[in-house]
Design a protein around this ligand. Structure first.
Ligand code: MBD
Ligand code: FE
Length: 258
């Protein structure tokens, strides 16, 4: 284990001890607290709980080091090995009547040079707020895919429109947010992106829909996105134009040790 792991772990422990002392936490409260964590683990919601509170901080740290497009929270529902898609993400038969969108834009480097052959993983929720491969046994090929940019850095792919999204709130994470913290469990409607390109730093981001009431009131403290897409239509298809600027990959050896 690196010293970094040791140092961070010791600091986390000390930070938590500080809170326990400051609030003079009792045996009963201590047990109730860790039992809630155990319940969260039992419900498979540890990734959700941790992302709700802490992913946004990792994003802040990451964005200090970026000159191109900024990162956004990734969330717990990325799935590896999504299918390569050409024109449209797979749409469930039951969602076929839902309003449509086209995602398009360009991937460039810091000097505006097109990035050809970049692979953009996109993923978004179903109209009923579920993620394929995670919830309700929805097969993982729906509403996910890898799009590859053309020679001029452009990409285009269709799907249905995501809607304002409530994180799973029937379990311990929802109970914590809504009952114990008197908050809510909503996020703005969003599309997730994870871009990989040779010689470039990966970019994990999201696009939001301009005017969405949860952009500034996001239960994950997402802090918005530089990609707030205005309401533009081609016929009855909403156009989600998002252009990404990638930073070059850091020099070998300059990344922090694992
Ligand atoms: C999500 O869909 C999401 O995007 C985030 C950041 C957290 C929980 C669920
Ligand atoms: Fe999400």
């Amino acid at each position: 284990m690196s010293n970094r792991t040791k140092d961070i772990t010791l600091d986390i422990v000390e930070a938590v001890r500080d809170v326990l002392r400051r609030h003079e936490v009792t045996f009963d409260e201590y047990r109730a607290g860790f039992q809630h964590l155990a319940k969260t683990q039992g419900a498979g919601e540890i990734p959700l709980l941790i992302d709700v509170f802490f992913n946004s901080t990792i994003v802040e740290i990451e964005n200090e080091k970026r000159r191109g497009s900024h990162a956004c929270i990734q969330g717990p529902y990325f799935v590896q090995n999504a299918p390569n898609v050409a024109e449209t993400l797979a749409i469930r038969d039951q969602d076929a009547g839902h309003p449509k969108m086209v995602m398009r834009g360009k991937v460039t480097g810091l000097n505006g040079q097109p990035v050809a052959g970049a692979v953009i993983d996109v993923w978004h929720a179903t109209p009923d707020g579920k993620y394929s491969g995670i919830h309700d046994n929805i097969p993982p090929q729906y509403y996910r895919g890898k799009i590859t940019t053309a020679a001029d850095g452009s990409y285009e792919c269709r799907s249905i429109l995501p809607v304002p999204y409530q994180i799973p709130n029937a379990g311990p994470t929802g109970e914590l947010l809504e009952t114990y913290m008197q908050w809510h469990s909503w996020r703005p409607a969003h599309i997730h992106y994870w871009i990989h390109a040779d010689g470039m730093r990966d970019l994990i981001s999201q696009a939001y829909f301009e005017g969405d009431q949860y952009i500034d009131d996001d239960c994950c403290n997402g802090g918005g996105s530089e990609f707030m897409v205005p309401e533009v239509y081609e016929g009855d298809v909403r156009v989600m134009e998002v252009n990404f600027t990638l930073d070059p990959r850091a020099e070998a050896g300059s990344e922090k040790a694992a």
